[in-house]
Design a protein around this ligand. Structure first.
Ligand SMILES: NC(=O)c1ccc[n+]([C@@H]2O[C@H](COP(=O)([O-])OP(=O)(O)OC[C@H]3O[C@@H](n4cnc5c(N)ncnc54)[C@H](OP(=O)(O)O)[C@@H]3O)[C@@H](O)[C@H]2O)c1
Length: 355
């Protein structure tokens, strides 16, 4: 039977890189979002709002996907609201697809907040987990929208007899414009501003992040693991961490990024110096830079997510991720982290997002 993929959240950082990989691998691929327009040739757009079941029914009327890749979330004020809204996104979609009986596998992307806690209690002292983070670590006591999304998948899987996999990336590095969290692009924007103004590229995070070991997840390796788990018999009904497969220290990577942009940098200096504060008055400056270099997006808040970069780089512990589960089952892909950043910076320049 032909594999038919539905990528849910197909224009996001995870979804768009996955959609590209699926199309390249010859899958019939549908990409769902509220605004599903993309440059991926061969991707079939599906315009729908996951919060509106009636709208979803109409949009999916003639589509019977075999494989669902769930790569979306919505940011809300409180975790209680996050739980309500983000579990509804999963539940609504699977409810609408249920009568078709076409779905064989559902792959859900969550993340390391599974181990570190929700935004409201994120990596706070008193609740710090043991690192490296391992797949078998139990759920935390805090309510968490990732757990609610997982539970929605498990319930529908019982009802509809499909298999599932859960994928937990660390910070995702990859190309996407206008998405909610994108550390690589945020750092590229900040570095471009430093270059234009001649100011120093200041590390915004904590001592533990500057000095400790870390890892990240290239959106392209996440895509590979999602497809692997969805098509590998032994990988069904399990949760997998996913990172590039190398480790680094930010004090090493920060200098490499500064070198790439040919700017001077300043490392951790006994204080956290949040990037959100650093960029808060730079909208006009970015408009001027955009005009000068004919860039595509002059709205800084659409391309830089400093709040998220601050959250990740400000953590009071080093954070790295164990990949045992998928490694043992044969997923051995590797991605160089320096290449993840450099490939992204090249693409951002090519696409005229940065000078
Ligand atoms: N980004 C990271 O660094 C990172 C790291 C670790 C874990 N994660 C996790 O990975 C998962 C996927 O996140 P992401 O960062 O890839 O997301 P993202 O880049 O913000 O993309 C979200 C996608 O979902 C679509 N969408 C949002 N609301 C929708 C709705 N109501 N109906 C239909 N489509 C909707 C968006 O397009 P429209 O706005 O056009 O609808 C977009 O295509 C999340 O659970 C996130 O927490 C992300």
């Amino acid at each position: 039977m032909e594999n038919i993929a539905l990528v849910v959240g197909a224009t996001g950082i995870t979804g768009s890189n996955l959609a590209q990989e699926l199309v390249t691998n010859g899958w019939t691929t549908y990409g769902l979002a509220r605004n599903p327009n993309s440059n991926i040739s061969g991707l079939i757009p599906v315009k729908a709002d996951l919060l509106d079941e009636d709208n979803l029914k109409v949009a999916l009327e003639n589509i019977s996907p075999t494989h669902i890749f769930f790569t979306t979330w919505m940011r809300n004020e409180t975790e209680e609201e996050n739980i309500k809204v983000n579990s509804a996104l999963v539940r609504n979609l699977l409810n609408v697809l249920s009568p078709k009986k076409s779905v064989q596998h559902v792959a859900l992307v969550t993340g390391l907040k599974h181990y570190l806690g929700p935004f409201e209690a994120y990596a706070k002292s008193g609740s710090l987990p043991e690192t490296p983070l391992r797949e078998e670590q139990p759920r935390l006591e805090y309510p968490n929208f990732y757990y609610a999304q997982e539970d929605a998948v498990y319930e529908a899987s019982e009802r509809d007899s499909f298999t599932w996999s859960i994928h937990r990336p660390h910070t995702v590095i990859g190309y996407a414009v206008g998405n909610l969290m994108n550390m690589g692009t945020t750092l590229a924007i900040y570095a471009s501003i430093c270059k234009e103004t001649g100011s120093k590229f200041i590390f915004p995070g904590s001592s533990a992040q500057w000095n400790g070991l870390s890892d990240v997840t290239d959106a392209r390796i996440l895509a590979k693991q999602l497809i692997w788990a969805s098509t590998t018999e032994g990988a069904k009904n399990q949760a997998f961490n996913i990172t590039n497969g190398d480790i680094f220290r930010w004090k090493w990577l920060w200098e490499k990024i500064a070198d790439h942009f040919q700017i001077e940098f300043e490392g951790f200096d006994n204080n956290i110096r949040p990037l959100e504060k650093e960029l808060q008055n730079d909208q006009e400056l970015w408009e001027n830079i955009s005009e000068k270099y004919h860039l595509k997006e002059n709205n800084l808040s659409k391309i830089a997510s400093a709040w998220h970069t601050d959250l990740d780089l400000g953590r009071p512990i080093e954070v790295m991720t164990d990949m045992a589960n998928s490694r043992k089952l044969g997923f051995t892909s590797y991605q160089s982290t320096l290449d993840s950043f450099k490939d992204l910076f090249r693409k951002l320049k090519e696409e005229k997002i940065i000078p």
